[in-house]
Design a protein around this ligand. Structure first.
Ligand code: DQQ
Length: 578
């Protein structure tokens, strides 16, 4: 694998240099010019609500991330894209490349209908680096016009020495590589995973359903060209259709290094995107290579399931990044405005900030953290330390150049857990419902405490990201993390769900941390070092641009100390020319 300087054509280096040089200029001009809010409340169709540092193309609809990979010094991200509008349809694979997962350059769409087995759509899929280092893409093609009849296809780079992998070929003699044989529901058979090599075969998964049992079919191949379905799925559960399965090994508990998908893991993670709920669920378990069976460690885990993100985050996919020996997670965050709003603004959908993902020291769940490269966007820090917030009080974090585009890291310490409210076990499996009842404005014992982000100066508008601590029947603390957007906007007709998850953390010391990436119409938060994550889309009508403020609040009965809080304004990266 050559260095990027060696493999890039001189014109490409020039193009990149020009784009990068122009970018910082654009950043300053656009932030200054855009920042002032108009005197009348904004509608959703407002450039100040268009995300600044989250991945998006210049216009139109996007959904699932596809085939992320690192190749010859470049990160590649393909994604489901409608070239003709801001609603789902006409799906092709758009393609962007990056040197750092943060600054992106848009290339021409890479995979688009061109053969009989994908003529009505090119749906989600994955990349696998073959033994010789050449990538292959497997994806779902729609091959009939009357129904969404799904088959799996394969594509290879036209020129593997092009680090930008601009052109792909779909060998007619190979495609389709898998069809829905008898007994398979042909309209629910999609989204091949990255393949892994075990023994003498490659294996990949395809998502599906049998009756109401969601499952991941296993396909095997010796040569990556001819694929045969194994008799038994890797795993299944009575959950409805599994979209976008993802399966990967993890190194030991607490070990942050990622593993290539073909390496042996101490444990394995199986994720599926549940069509019925539109959330991404995963289990941690064991994988038997000899019979291709996966067993979750927690037998109840298939139903009382862990989520990557307890907010707006779907159809995610991981890849192994050999450059930094880490596994990186990408996920799609849809809008939560209306379809007419999306049509009027001309765009819909973003990708969450890429997250490094690894096994928690407990071995029971994953940890996630924004890739370190996002910190390059940080401007001047503003810090607060050792400040106590009394019950019912709040304070503003002042001095941030752009509170509407910021990164905030805070550590809190509660003086005592004595006042924690009793936990009602009826909500044990329904954090979201509990947060809906006990939102940020409902006075508590220990908490709610946390941040008000994208808040107006008069606090008419605010999105709360907070913790609330309960005590179960044995006196054990139970921590709820919520994002409450019910006051996020004065605009009517917005979907404003309270999102929440429990945080499996030892709060007996009273300490807990929170990080929030605030980006105009997205708030992406990481509780307790990435144990629980919540992404929320919000559309302030007054708290945008320089009208946005940041506060710390405490609506409980116990004092909360902000041990440290640092906030940075965030610059705008190169974003596909958007
Ligand atoms: N999106 C794709 C499908 C996938 C779904 C179509 C998940 O392949 O199952 O755009 O969002």
């Amino acid at each position: 694998m050559g260095t990027p300087q060696r493999v890039l054509a001189p014109w490409a280096v020039l193009l990149l240099a020009l784009q990068l040089a122009g970018a910082s200029h654009v950043i300053h001009r656009s932030l200054e010019a855009e920042a002032a809010p108009p005197s009348v409340p904004a509608s959703i169709v407002n450039s100040l609500l268009r995300t600044g540092y989250h991945f998006q193309p210049p216009m139109n609809w996007i959904n699932d991330p596809n085939a992320p990979m690192y190749y010859k010094g470049w990160y590649h991200l393909f994604y489901q894209y409608n070239p003709k509008g801001a609603v789902w349809g006409n799906i092709v694979w758009a393609h962007s490349v990056s040197r750092d997962l943060i600054n992106w350059i848009a290339l021409e769409p890479a995979i688009y209908p061109s053969i009989p087995s994908d003529q009505y759509g090119c749906w989600s899929g994955s990349a696998t680096l073959l033994g010789n280092g050449t990538p292959a893409i497997t994806y779902t093609g729609i091959s009939r016009s009357d129904i969404n009849y799904q088959v799996q296809n394969i594509a290879f780079p036209k020129n593997a020495s092009d680090p930008l992998l601009r052109e792909w070929v779909k060998p007619p003699e190979l495609n389709p590589i898998a069809v829905p044989e008898a007994g398979i529901n042909a309209t629910q058979f999609r989204d091949p995973t990255t393949a892994w090599f075990a023994g003498r075969h490659w294996r990949m998964l395809v998502g599906g359903v049998r009756g109401t049992r969601g499952l991941a079919f296993v396909y095997r191949s010796r040569d990556f060209m001819k694929w045969t379905r194994a008799k038994h799925p890797l795993h299944s559960a009575m959950t409805g259709m599994w979209e976008c399965p993802d399966f990967f090994p993890v190194s030991g508990a607490g070990a942050e290094n990622g593993l290539d998908t073909s390496e042996h893991g101490v444990k394995y993670v199986l994720k599926n995107s549940l069509d019925l709920t539109r959330y991404d669920y995963y289990t941690v378990g064991s994988y038997n290579r000899s019979n291709d069976q996966y067993v979750p460690d927690d037998p109840a885990g298939d139903y009382r399931r862990l989520r990557y993100d307890y907010g707006n985050f779907y159809a995610s996919k991981t890849f192994y990044d050999p450059a930094k020996r880490r596994r990186v997670l990408l996920g799609w965050a849809n809008e939560s405005d209306s379809v007419p709003d999306d049509k009027a603004k001309g765009w819909a959908g973003i990708q969450a900030i890429p997250r490094k993902i690894w096994l928690d020291p407990s071995g029971k769940q994953l940890l996630q953290w924004p890739v370190e490269e996002v910190e390059k966007l940080r401007g001047k820090p503003v810090s607060v330390g050792g400040k106590v917030v009394k019950p019912g009080e709040h304070f503003e974090v002042t001095g941030l150049a752009t509170a509407y585009q910021a990164d905030v890291e805070a550590s809190f310490e509660v003086s005592s857990l004595d006042k924690a409210e009793p936990f009602d076990p009826a909500y044990d499996n329904d954090a979201q419902k509990l947060c809906g009842i006990k939102g940020a404005d409902v006075r508590g014992g220990v908490g709610p405490f946390g941040l008000w982000v994208l808040a107006s100066g008069d606090l008419q508008e605010k999105t709360a990201v907070f913790f609330r601590v309960f005590k179960d029947g044995y006196g054990k603390p139970k921590v709820l993390m919520c994002t409450d957007p019910t006051k996020s906007s004065l605009s009517p007709d917005l979907y404003k769900p309270t999102f929440a998850g429990f945080v499996d953390t030892d709060i007996s010391s009273g300490k807990i941390s929170l990080r929030s990436l605030i980006d105009r119409s997205v708030v992406e938060s990481f509780g307790a070092g990435g144990k629980t994550c919540i992404l929320s889309r919000v559309y302030p009508s007054i708290a945008f641009g320089t009208g946005a403020h940041l506060y710390v609040f405490n609506n409980g009965e116990a004092d909360v100390k902000v041990s440290h809080l640092t906030a940075w304004d965030m610059k705008k990266p190169l974003m596909n020319g958007a």
